[in-house]
Design a binder for this molecule. Structure first.
Ligand SMILES: [Fe+2]
Length: 308
């Protein structure tokens, strides 16, 4: 694999590449970083504590062991919204990563830039009480509770850095959607086999109670072994439970499937649009569970369908 890109600078955005037209708040530089983590009030710290307590009831038997180790190692349950400087110090000594504050979702190419330099951008805000059960924007609870524990694992930490670097190539080939699908089905919604049991490593699942149960125990969703070519051609759900989860055997396997093969052949053969519906199970898939898709078929969130 060649490394012809300069990962120390924000990659240029070619005119033909579409990224969401996000509006950068005034006063921030091109890296979108806020100067410091904001100070949270007592009511906001309480929201963190309650979210933390609710998730912790479900973590045993659902979350993978690397995640549990990371939670402990970083002591994320010490009370209140964690201090980014403290957790960065600990993380840095373990895998070289730091956690940096951003005001909101940031553009893909800026996100790649931070990951490639082992910085994890985390939301500099917490959801309100009204949004306790569901928030579409990634807040500090999703970002820190969901994502940061796994950054203590050396292999996963390498995968995340490699993912950031892969962004440069995706920009060159104009294949951001494909690379986003990979992130979605691994970093956000990935499952892993642990002693033949399904466990969760995806942050999008681990930061909410409903999907924590649904992803492992629900009969509706498909559970399929991860195949990178296939995943990069698969549509996904942004604001509801997933119709399909992809399963890996280990983080080592994930790293080999991605970083060590390069993505050029895939990018060159991809159509601009997704080829497979999110509910599809293909003849060529290694299927662990073929979902009934009843949650999806009944209309999903908003229809009152039960997540079963
Ligand atoms: Fe996330």
């Amino acid at each position: 694999m060649t490394h012809a890109f300069d990962y120390t600078r924000i990659p240029e955005l070619p005119a033909s590449v579409f990224v969401a037209p996000l509006k950068k708040p005034a006063g921030l530089a091109d890296d979108w970083l806020e100067p410091a983590q904001r100070k949270y009030g007592p009511a906001e710290h309480r929201i963190w504590d309650e979210l933390y307590a609710r998730q912790m009831q479900l973590m045993p038997g659902h979350a993978c062991r690397e995640f549990m180790h990371g939670l402990e190692r970083l002591n994320l349950g010490r009370g209140g919204v964690p201090d980014f400087n403290e957790i960065s110090e600990e993380l840095k000594s373990l895998t070289g990563w730091t956690v940096v504050p951003v005001p909101m979702l940031i553009p893909d190419h800026v996100f790649y830039y931070h990951l490639a330099n082992r910085r994890f951008p985390a939301g500099n805000f917490i959801r309100s009480r009204e949004q306790f059960d569901y928030i579409q924007e990634p807040d500090v609870f999703h970002d820190v509770f969901g994502h940061v524990p796994l950054l203590t694992d050396p292999v996963f930490a390498r995968y995340m850095e490699a993912y950031g670097r892969a962004g440069w190539k995706a920009l060159k080939y104009n294949r951001l959607k494909a690379l986003s699908a990979l992130y979605w089905y691994t970093v956000e919604f990935g499952l892993i086999l642990e002693d033949d049991q399904l466990r969760i490593y995806g942050a999008g699942i681990l930061s909410g109670p409903t999907e924590t149960v649904f992803s492992i125990e629900g009969r509706s969703p498909n559970r399929i072994h991860l195949n990178v070519d296939r995943v990069m051609r698969t549509d996904y759900t942004i604001s509801d439970l997933q119709a399909t989860y992809f399963v890996i055997e280990s983080f080592r396997e994930l790293f080999h499937l991605t970083e060590q093969r390069g993505f050029e052949p895939i990018y060159e053969s991809l159509a601009p649009a997704f080829q497979y519906a999110k509910t599809a199970a293909l003849d060529t898939d290694h299927v662990y569970h073929r979902g009934t898709q009843e949650y999806e078929l009944r209309g999903g969130r908003g229809s009152g369908a039960r997540p079963i």
